[in-house]
Design a protein around this ligand. Structure first.
Ligand code: SF4
Ligand code: SF4
Ligand code: SF4
Length: 345
């Protein structure tokens, strides 16, 4: 692929042919404010915040503008500044102002864009009438939907469509009543949503937000232990407790994506009912036992049930090596081919 040279605000940068102006700017460390763009998704051109002036005459959105040799772009032209400020003023005209208690505070793209375009108390009040008061959808066990904070960027809809191929959500209604909804406007838990959370992690505000989430004190890089795909994860840790999981963008297996189990299925780790010692049945009741006692009992009972009376079911949550050992043990020690694996269920 050949490269071209373009100029943004007097800075000459090189870009690959086929890139958009926004992508070229980002690849060169230049910020053009935007809200509906996401590197994992096709450009949508919905929010109109990324407007620029091209070759001193045409005002257009940079996320859909292909680079061309010699192109001159201004992001600071007064007309551009005015348009994007107006656009942001309209976006926040009915947006809640609860930043201090908001899940997205300090990582909110709307906050970042509002600061950048120079929103002031006066400009907030210019179009402000009232804040929407649509009830929260708390039906999903892992995340909540707050339509009142939604800026209709469509990132969630495109994530569910382009990346997940599930299409659980889409736009509904018209004009100021527009919102992101499920088929038949049912609670998300009753839709075809698989709770992967891919939309949640991409939402630029807190319209989609994880339930009960605490900020981690540190992160530990690891591998999801739920299945053989082996997705890379970062465990968010606070004290000695895991408080969150995020996908590892650098891991070639999943490139940051996770399914519902890897992203949200970590609460068992610190659950008070989690088994921490073996249990052995005595007089029909399971009681705590030492590992030595439990292993002796296994040897005793397994010895009585060798051959076709025995069957083993291996697990996707253990390593390939452990699964290999289970089949070897079943065949060579227990003398049967009755061995299967939960992945075939
Ligand atoms: S959680 Fe996953 S399946 Fe559900 S709406 Fe979001 S992207 Fe779609
Ligand atoms: S829920 Fe979030 S990602 Fe979806 S349209 Fe609203 S602001 Fe955008
Ligand atoms: S995140 Fe899902 S697909 Fe990835 S390893 Fe864990 S369980 Fe498997």
């Amino acid at each position: 692929m050949s490269s071209v040279t373009i100029t943004i605000d007097g800075i000459k940068i090189s870009a690959e042919e086929g890139m958009t102006v926004l992508q070229a700017a980002q690849a060169n460390g230049l910020y053009i404010p935007n809200l509906c763009n996401h590197p994992d998704l096709r450009p949508a051109g919905l929010c109109r915040v990324c407007v620029v002036k091209q070759d001193d005459w045409k005002i257009t959105i940079s996320c859909k503008l292909p680079v061309k040799e010699g192109m001159v772009i201004s992001t600071e032209d007064p007309a551009v500044q005015q348009i994007r400020k107006n656009t942001v003023e309209l976006l926040i005209a009915n947006h809640p102002m609860t930043c201090l208690t908001c899940e997205a505070d300090s990582k909110c793209e709307l906050q970042r864009v509002a600061h950048y375009v120079g929103i002031t108390p006066d400009s907030i009040n210019r179009y402000r009438r009232s804040v929407r008061s649509i009830p929260l959808d708390t039906s999903n066990p892992f995340f909540d939907i707050d339509h009142n904070k939604c800026i209709m960027c469509g990132i969630c809809v495109r994530t569910c469509d382009e990346l997940q191929n599930i299409n659980a959500i889409d736009y509904a209604q018209r004009g100021v009543a527009s919102l992101i909804s499920t088929l038949g406007n049912k609670p998300i838990a009753e839709s075809r949503c698989e709770s992967c959370g891919e939309c949640v992690v991409r939402c630029p505000v807190a319209a989609l937000a994880t339930k009960k989430s605490l900020q981690p004190m540190r992160e530990v890089r690891s591998i999801c232990s739920y299945c053989g795909v082996g997705c890379g994860i970062h465990l968010g840790v606070r004290g000695d407790k895991i408080v969150g999981v995020r996908g590892d963008q650098e891991n070639p297996v999943n490139r940051g994506s996770l399914c519902v189990k890897g992203r949200f299925g970590y609460r068992f780790i610190n659950h008070p009912e989690r088994l921490t010692t073996p249990l052995v049945k005595k007089d029909g009741v399971l009681v705590e036992a030492s590992w030595d006692e439990a292993l002796d009992r296994i040897v005793e009972k397994f010895s009585e049930h060798k051959g076709e009376k025995f069957a083993a079911l291996a697990s996707a949550r253990i390593t390939n090596e452990d699964n290999y050992l289970i089949q070897k043990f079943t065949r060579a020690v227990m003398g049967t081919n009755n061995i299967d694996h939960c992945a075939r269920l």
